[in-house]
Structure formats: structure tokens, C-alpha cells
Design a protein around this ligand. Structure first.
Ligand SMILES: [Zn+2]
Length: 160
């Protein structure tokens, strides 16, 4: 069309049917590491096939995408783990008690709040503890009596 910028488009080498077109990947959800729905929150334009969705990335674009994904992963994880720890504190659990419940070494919760990204295993344990407390604390007190006192303190009268 007249007045429209001419794009230097290439055919897709993966499917042979589509065309590689520049696509802004900001706000597109994709799997990265152990996060199935990660969203890159910055503008990153990549050649994407309009038929099969394959990306044709050279090493520069691949490195840029990887850096954007890593940054988004870190920011999302820090936001989530800080929120979960904050909620557990509001429920009445101390950092030491969270560490006891999740089998974490002393000081670990403080490090997670200060910017260390939780391992996938620690993140899952925190997620379960957060999603099902105080019931999760009760369940753990069955195998760790030290948590029985914690449960008695944080459970509501209906739960006791
Ligand atoms: Zn294709």
C-alpha cells in the first residue's frame, strides 16, 4: 500500500508456509524455567512466523530475549515470594517458623526478602505453605511437633 513502510520480510525456514514478521513480545506470555506463564514487561521486537509462531533468532536476538526473560522471571519471583512471606507474617508466623516449616536454613527468609530468588523447590514449598496455612502448619506439626505450638497460635478458634 502507498505510504506504508516497506518491510524486509523473509519466509519461515521452519514451516515453509509463513512469513517472519516483526512482533513485539512485550506482554506475551511464555514458559521460562519453571514458570509456565511468564510475561516480558518490556518492548522486544523479534521476527516471528505468522503461520507457525516459530522465531528466527540470531545469537544477538537470542541473548536479548534470554536477558529479558531472566529479568522478568527474577522480578516476578521476587514480587511473589515477598508477598507470600508478608502474608505468612501477617498470619502470625515468624521468619524462623517459616524456615522450620519449609526446611530452610536459618536466615533464608531474610535473604529471600532482600533479593535472593528462591529455588524452584523452595518456591513451591512457600507456595503450599501460603496457599494452605494454617492447615499446612497443622499437617506439618504431625511430623514436626515444634510446629504444633505455632499452629495453636496462628489457627482461629474454628480451626482448633
Ligand atoms: Zn513458520
Amino acid at each position: 500500500m502507498q505510504g506504508e513502510e516497506r518491510e524486509d520480510l523473509q519466509p519461515c525456514g521452519a514451516c515453509g508456509r509463513g512469513t517472519l514478521r516483526p512482533k513485539d513480545m512485550a506482554w506475551v506470555r511464555t514458559g521460562h524455567r519453571d514458570d509456565p506463564r511468564l510475561c516480558v514487561r518490556r518492548r522486544i521486537v523479534l521476527p516471528v512466523c505468522d503461520a507457525c509462531g516459530d522465531m528466527a533468532l540470531d545469537h544477538v536476538l537470542a541473548a536479548a530475549l534470554d536477558e529479558a526473560l531472566e529479568d522478568a522471571y527474577r522480578q516476578k519471583r521476587l514480587r511473589q515470594q515477598r508477598a507470600m512471606i508478608s502474608d505468612l507474617h501477617k498470619l502470625g508466623l515468624t521468619s524462623t517458623e517459616i524456615e522450620c516449616a519449609a526446611c530452610l536454613p536459618p536466615g533464608h527468609v531474610t535473604r529471600l526478602r532482600r533479593g535472593m530468588v528462591a529455588s524452584p523447590r523452595t518456591f513451591r514449598l512457600l507456595h503450599l505453605l501460603h496457599a494452605f496455612s494454617p492447615g499446612a502448619v497443622w499437617a506439618l506439626s504431625r511430623i514436626d511437633p515444634a510446629l504444633a505450638e505455632v499452629y495453636a497460635r496462628v489457627a482461629t478458634d474454628d480451626e482448633l
